[in-house]
Each structure stands twice: as structure tokens, then as C-alpha cells.
Design a protein around this ligand. Structure first.
Ligand code: ADP
Ligand code: MG
Length: 263
């Protein structure tokens, strides 16, 4: 393969997403219009390994639709999506859930933690789905909690943690499988400014060690952390600005992977 640059972790080609039928059709993702026919040409986008992309746009602009497609939680109406070289359009539901588990770490605005379950058990969960043995699971979950500064809260349940701490547990859960990409939808939307800074500095640190991050946000202060900012209006990318260069992952990073682990 020519060059040293790895292929983009995300390749989106002419992706559209429409909801509903007939007069009630909503084109949630459409991209630019074909000048001749006016038909939607779809969204085309590459995201490099190690990039940190903020997706911005007002309510209804298509951010969550894009996030759901990137996260293999929904499929495009047309177009192709390759994640880490895999054409996800060819996968069935069980293969998609495997891809979600192996390739993507999700962080949501509402944390999505399991009630009455310790931080350690929450972070072990994706490893359990991946078939990692108990002893290794524990060790890796503790290391992930340590990384987000919560090693001393491993035995705490969500209702015994602050909002910022709960989101840091969710970040640990997202990174424990060493996914190709972290996908965050308004991760600081429910946090006070101090917790916001804590969570963003962890995400910054993860990106600095080579993790690819895609983060959806309304807030300029949050988008400042990103290396690239994409703006959506009415389901089309209207602006794509690089704020800082991408640093590729250090070679060692790929070794700390789920390869070799039975899924
Ligand atoms: P954002 O996250 O930027 O607020 P969304 O991606 O949620 O935007 O929505 C984009 C457009 O698609 C909106 O007009 C929304 O009403 C519509 N939409 C989203 N999900 C659905 C759905 N399941 N059924 C019908 N319309 C939807
Ligand atoms: Mg949304």
C-alpha cells in the first residue's frame, strides 16, 4: 500500500437519510442538491484516524441522524459507509452489533449508565459482551477507571456519583474496548462547567494518544477542543474547518486492541 497514512477510519459516500413517505418525507441527511435535477446528492465525508471532529448545527440539522449512522445504530437510505475499512451496508443486525461493540465507544448526553450497578461492573460490561475473561475484564476496567480519575470510586453506583463522575464512568466504559472511534452526542450537555472541563480534558487526552473522536455539540467552547469543525444545515455540510493538525496514532496503540479476543 502506498504511503504511510492509514486509510480514513470513516468513509461516507453520498449518504442520504429520509424519514417518512410521499409529501411527509423528511430529508434528514441530503447533502448538496444536484444542480440539474435538484435531487439530494448525499453527504460525502472522510475522517482520518486520530482526528477530533466536532459536528455542529442547530436543532433539526441532522446531527443525531449522522451520529446514528456513524454509530451503526441506523442505516442510510442511500450511499455507502465504510468504518475502519468495513462496508457496514453489507452487515446483518448481529454483525452490526459486533461492529458497535468492537469498533465504537459511545458517550451520550444522559450518561446511559445501568442503575444500581457499580462503576467497575458498568465498565466491565462491554468486555463481557466481547467475551473477555473475568480476571482480564477486571484489570482492564480498573485501568480505564484510573484513566478517568475514578479508581477510588470503582465500587460506587450511579446514584452515589456526581453527574461529572457518572459521565467519566461512561467515558471509561466507552474506551475500555480500545475502539477505533469514540462517538459522543452532546456529552457535556447535562454537566456544569467544572465537570464539562474535566470530561473534555479526558477526551482531549484520549485524542492526544491517537484515539479518533467524533463529538456532537451546540457549544462553541466545546468545539474549540476539536481539531476539525463540521457544520450541518438542513442535512448538508455547509462548513468544514480544520483547527489543528491530526496526529496519527502511535504504533503501540494498535497493539492494545481486542485482536486475539474471541467475540
Ligand atoms: P439534530 O440532532 O441536529 O437536532 P436530527 O438528526 O435529530 O437533528 O433530525 C433531523 C431531521 O430529521 C429533523 O427534521 C427531525 O425532525 C427529523 N427526524 C429525526 N428522526 C426522525 C424520525 N425517526 N422520524 C421522522 N423524522 C425524524
Ligand atoms: Mg440531536
Amino acid at each position: 500500500m502506498p504511503g504511510l497514512q492509514p486509510p480514513p477510519v470513516i468513509q461516507i459516500r453520498q449518504v442520504t437519510k429520509a424519514y417518512g413517505h410521499g409529501d411527509a418525507t423528511v430529508h434528514a441527511l441530503r447533502g448538496p442538491a444536484d444542480p440539474a435535477t435538484g435531487a439530494p446528492l448525499g453527504v460525502t465525508l472522510d475522517i482520518e484516524q486520530g482526528d477530533f471532529v466536532a459536528v455542529m448545527g442547530s436543532s433539526g440539522s441532522g446531527k443525531s441522524t449522522l451520529m446514528n449512522i456513524l454509530g451503526c445504530l441506523d442505516v442510510p437510505s442511500s450511499g455507502r459507509y465504510l468504518l475502519d475499512g468495513i462496508d457496514v451496508g453489507h452487515l446483518d443486525e448481529s454483525q452490526l452489533s459486533l461492529v458497535r461493540n468492537r469498533k465504537i465507544g459511545f458517550i451520550f448526553q444522559s450518561f446511559n449508565l445501568v442503575p444500581r450497578t457499580t462503576a467497575l461492573a458498568q465498565v466491565e460490561l462491554p468486555l463481557a459482551y466481547a467475551g473477555v475473561r473475568a480476571a482480564e475484564r477486571r484489570q482492564r476496567a480498573l485501568a480505564a477507571l484510573e484513566l478517568v480519575g475514578l479508581a477510588d470510586r470503582a465500587g460506587h453506583k450511579p446514584n452515589e456519583l456526581s453527574g461529572g463522575q457518572q459521565q467519566r464512568v461512561a467515558v471509561a466504559r466507552a474506551l475500555v474496548t480500545a475502539p477505533a472511534m469514540l462517538l459522543a452526542d452532546e456529552p457535556t450537555g447535562n454537566l456544569d462547567s467544572r465537570s464539562t472541563e474535566e470530561v473534555l480534558s479526558i477526551i482531549d487526552r484520549l485524542n492526544a494518544t491517537g484515539r479518533t473522536v467524533v463529538l456532537i455539540t451546540h457549544e462553541d467552547e466545546v468545539a474549540h477542543h476539536a481539531k476539525r469543525v463540521i457544520r450541518l444545515v438542513d442535512g448538508a455540510v455547509i462548513q468544514d474547518v480544520r483547527q489543528a493538525p491530526v496526529q496519527g496514532p502511535p504504533p503501540a496503540l494498535r497493539a492494545y486492541d481486542l485482536d486475539g479476543v474471541r467475540a
